[in-house]
Design a protein around this ligand. Sequence first.
Ligand code: MOS
Length: 729
Amino acid sequence: MTESPLGKPVSRVDARLKVTGAARYAADHRVDGLCHGYLVLSTTGRGTIRSMDTRAAEASPGVLAVYSPANPLKLYVAGGAGPNWVPLQDTEIRHYGQIVGLVVAETFEQARDAAELVRVEYDTRAPAASFVDGIPQAVLPPGGLVELLADGVASIDDALAGSEVRVTAEYRQPSKHHNAMEPHAVVAVWRDGRLTAYSGTQVPIGHARSIAAALGLDSTAVHVISPHVGGGFGNKASTWAHDIVAAAAARALDRPVKTVLTREQTFTVTGHRSAVAHTVALGATRDGRLTALKHEAYSSLSTSGWFAEQATATTSRLLYKTDNLHVAQRVVRLDVPPSTVMRAPGEESGLFALESAMDELAHASRMDPIALRMANYATLYPGRNVPWSSKHLDECYERGAAEFGWHRRQPAPRATVDGDWLIGMGMSTALYPAGRLPTTVKVRLLADGTAAVSTATADLGTGMWTVLAILGADRLGLPLARIAPQLGDSTLPDNTGAFGSTSTASVGSALRAAVEAAIAALIQLAVSHERSPFHGMAPAGVAYRDGELVAEGRRIAFGDLLETTSTSAVEATGRDSGGDGSRYAFHSFGAHFCEVRVNRWTGEPRLTRMTTVIDAGRIVNPKAATSQIVGGVIFGIGQALSEGALVEPASGRIANANLGDYLLPVNADVPPIAVHFVEHPDTIFNPMGVRGIGELGTAGAAPAIANAVFNATGVRVRELPITIEKLAP
Ligand code: MOS
């Protein structure tokens, strides 16, 4: 009997490729005749191009073409989730750093140097680039307000006014950039009117469709190949303009074109997380029962984009039981690069505000922060009054407190001191919705005894190559080495893509159906083929077990059956059309605990340890899952302590659009992070009992840190990042 790898700590099946450098990312794909495109970006934030002098660039060595609004490539709006316009079709400048040209040359250096020679004159208008200045003009989109008031309560403000204890506070977060290690890149190759685009993406099929739409082609004419993606975090779930500009140039020149964004270019050509401001007001009884919860959030929304961070509908809307609830999500339209989804797009910002405010309420009420959360524990989704399919958040708090040593926390700030260091502890809740997206998986049993498991999803560092192999091995009863996973190609079976922490649940459900259908087809072959040892038997009398067909005491490996019957392969597909959310709410939960030391003279914060307990159903691969949560927490450390775009209000220029000035956590900033899973398989959500984990670790990490900083110092930092200046005595 083959032991299933499901639930075992499995090393990534692509690990060797990655560490030896054999894994090919988009820019690593080489083709004959390749030339290089380098983008020219606007240096003003709003206005029109008055003139563009490209003569020196065109005369520069190796240059093949310079495209601009004066010499455009015909493009259409791509659709999907990218920008709501396409470059080069007009002279309008919508934001600082937008594409105004593409220089194509024989080498990268020639293209880059020639791009420096392009002279652009602008008629500049003042952009609306200041988020803070824009807040008074914020608008409330339809559906942005949810209010649930108790009978006889006239307004949320009345409910607040009548509460025994109240806290009100404003919180603020700057816009933030994904900064995946692999910058966006494309290698565009045309053959016979069809495009092959090697381009790192979370959504191979959606990306192919968007590129096709932008080029005016049928979607079948574009093939996206994306076997390895060096991080996405939401920013490779859309098609950005460089892909389509490079593809159009390759078509015009009849040469393959590679375009790799510089780090600085990724800041404005691709997406970012909205800046968010919040007002949170909590009213409670003296013993900590919430009587009113009001959370109003303002998120920046680019005039050239479609997505604004949804900070309230994802968090305060549902996390706690309260007598009266009012959440509103407004947007602030700005002339900045397009904002988009970024790891926990809503939960990250919303939980910072809500879970900081809960900590403020705990302090005001002299209650333990966990006791306060338990006093308001929701077992029914507020307003919908349906239960969660599986919710063990209480166990996360309890287990986390025990593992972390929460009982050693002194409730009063500045009460724990070690020499020059003030020591504090804080905690926060994590949550993220569980979803399933339409997915088709194909299982192909081959005569060599292996099985290919394929679907057009992506592995953006998430471990999906390995998940496919594990789930395939588990369902087929085969060793891991006999499963060949296939993903990262738009011609594979239909898949909505890898985002929203939905992939494992979606793929797992479809894969189960595919394996069942493949086994049925195999049995059909066994009973119907005249050279099969089971020829003529009833299908019901033949069973599949661990790679073999078994009947009447005889057995045959499926590979041998295929050999014997000269059948190259038996295959079947399975489809998951998504979950039914009508009777249950689906969420993953968790709790973060953080210990911080803050230097009492300089204000320098140093994290010393974090503990995170996760309730995400059954865990497919504890090794990769732990790594996902650790990565998510580190992502949250960056949001808490160091990250934030510095947008110059007058121009919209991002002053720190590089990794020297936009500060990401490095090893020295990251303390030991202990991850625990409370494993309750959620079989109401899907037959595998799994939920997603990609974004959960980030949700709530920042407020746990901010709350620990308050406990250490007595300083409540309500505007991220928590930098040394804000803590200096
Ligand atoms: Mo994730 S922000 O849904 O890729």
